[in-house]
Design a protein around this ligand. Structure first.
Ligand code: HEM
Length: 411
């Protein structure tokens, strides 16, 4: 294929791509590892070393566009955001060093490996309870009955959000996925914008409540953190961090769990190996993250004209970094399309990014996936996918996990 015209018709929001992005990503990585995509006005980058280098060079590649809508919102949606009181305050994922370094230090407190290891008991209790209550009578939906809610409840415990807020936070996250990373029709966009504004007001309310009534939780620590003689963060900055976590801290892990069960139950020998030897699970989780990441693409913006993979890209160009393509780059991963739970370098995937923005929640996501796989494989080794159910994914460029995954077993 001619690299000059490659991707002229490519649309990362088309049904055909979303149903299975990997064949196209493999072709692009081979034929035109960097190309301009008119459908979303972004440059697409697919090779491992180019993407890793971009993540690690914030001076040339800003994260400022990480949370901006992929396409400018329609006027009605922009109005709904404004009138709903939404404030697009740049935060962690979308702020460059050195300002990022300070914010990251504040947010780190709750997610150090030690603090996360302390969460194992809670994760295991939840996994055990969900298995006992919801995996009954030989049939269940692994996503709806387990993966959907569990990561949210873990995150809520850290932040100090009540358990009964799961539906509100899940709805807020769905609106955010559609609005920022998708291209919904105008009517849906307006609804999603109203939902985004409501989600923002909710985060503001949490911050306000902890300002007045501090408790033993992360939001209180954040709101009351001190720098010199005053609070480290303004209330909108704290609300933006809370909102970011209320999104990134569960949706991604719900996707990881769905992908993990889908992959390992499809490859029967892998599932049996996991059931017989749970010590294989941590590497199996890395291999799922590599082969079937729940964040399949992430964004950056060039700060000056640059050459990426031999292609000239102008200043202020938006880039869509295809992590799903990098993770299957044959120059790094041997036989890259194969699911190999013993792969020695599976952990070299880029699913959590790299460099200063490396995912804050990676230790927590890994812990949750390990514990849930341990509990389910020990209790229901005969679990299998229900045949012939087509998988559905949220229509967006970044977040990928099955919305439903029916399973069955003999009782
Ligand atoms: C499988 C699960 C997850 C995946 C695949 C994932 C992926 C990512 C990616 C690709 C980035 C951007 C990295 C970069 O720009 O270099 C990121 C950043 C981030 N993630 Fe995750 N994430 C996951 C789980 C979580 C969880 C559980 C939390 C919180 C509890 C979380 C919180 C964050 C935050 C706050 C950032 C921004 C960090 C910064 O900019 O300094 N993530 N994540």
């Amino acid at each position: 294929m001619d690299a000059g015209s490659f991707g002229a018709d490519f649309d990362p929001l088309s049904e055909i791509y979303l149903a299975d992005p990997y064949p196209f990503l493999a072709e692009a990585r081979e034929a035109a590892p960097v190309f301009y995509c008119d459908a979303i006005d972004h440059w697409i980058v697919t090779r491992y070393h180019d993407i890793r280098n971009i993540f690690r060079t914030p001076a040339l590649f800003s994260a400022a566009n990480a949370n901006s809508p992929l396409r400018p919102p329609c006027p009605m949606a922009a109005k709904a955001l404004r009138e709903g009181g939404f404030r697009g305050v740049p935060t962690l994922a979308s702020v460059d060093p050195p300002a990022h370094t300070r914010l990251r230090k504040l947010a780190n407190i709750a997610f150090t490996p030690k603090r996360v290891a302390e969460m194992e008991g809670l994760v295991r209790d939840l996994a055990t309870r969900f298995c006992t209550e919801r995996l009954r009578e030989g049939r269940a939906d692994i996503v709806r009955d387990l993966a959907w809610e569990l990561p949210a409840l873990v995150l809520f415990r850290i932040l100090g959000v009540p358990d009964n807020e799961v539906p509100r936070v899940k709805t807020g996250s769905w609106n955010r996925i559609l609005f920022i990373y998708g291209r919904p029709a105008e009517a849906v966009q307006v609804q999603a914008a109203e939902g985004m504004a409501a989600f923002w007001r909710y985060a503001e309310g949490l911050v306000e409540s902890r300002q007045q009534d501090p408790r033993d939780d992360f939001i209180s620590d954040l709101v009351h953190a001190q720098d010199g003689d005053g609070p480290s963060l303004t209330p909108p900055q704290a609300a933006a961090i809370v909102l970011g976590l209320l999104f990134a801290g569960h949706e991604t892990t719900t996707g990881l769990l769905g992908n993990a069960f889908r992959r390992s139950l499809t490859d029967r020998p892998a599932w049996q190996a996991i059931c017989e030897d749970p010590a294989l699970i941590p590497n199996a989780v890395e291999e799922v993250l590599r082969l079937d990441s729940s964040v399949i693409a992430w964004r950056r913006r060039t700060t000056q004209a640059v050459v990426i993979g031999g292609v000239s890209v102008p200043e202020r160009a938006d880039l869509l970094l295809m992590l799903g393509a990098a993770n299957r780059d044959p120059t790094v991963f041997h036989d890259p399309d194969r699911f190999d739970i013993r792969r020695a370098n599976a952990h070299e995937h880029l699913s959590f990014g790299s460099g200063p923005h490396f995912c804050l929640g990676a230790p927590l996501a890994r812990l949750e996936a390990r514990v849930v796989l341990e509990e389910v494989s020990a209790r229901v080794p005969g679990l299998r996918l229900v045949d012939g159910v087509p998988l559905q994914f949220a229509p967006n460029v970044s977040f990928r996990g099955p919305l439903s995954l029916p399973v069955e077993w003999n009782v």
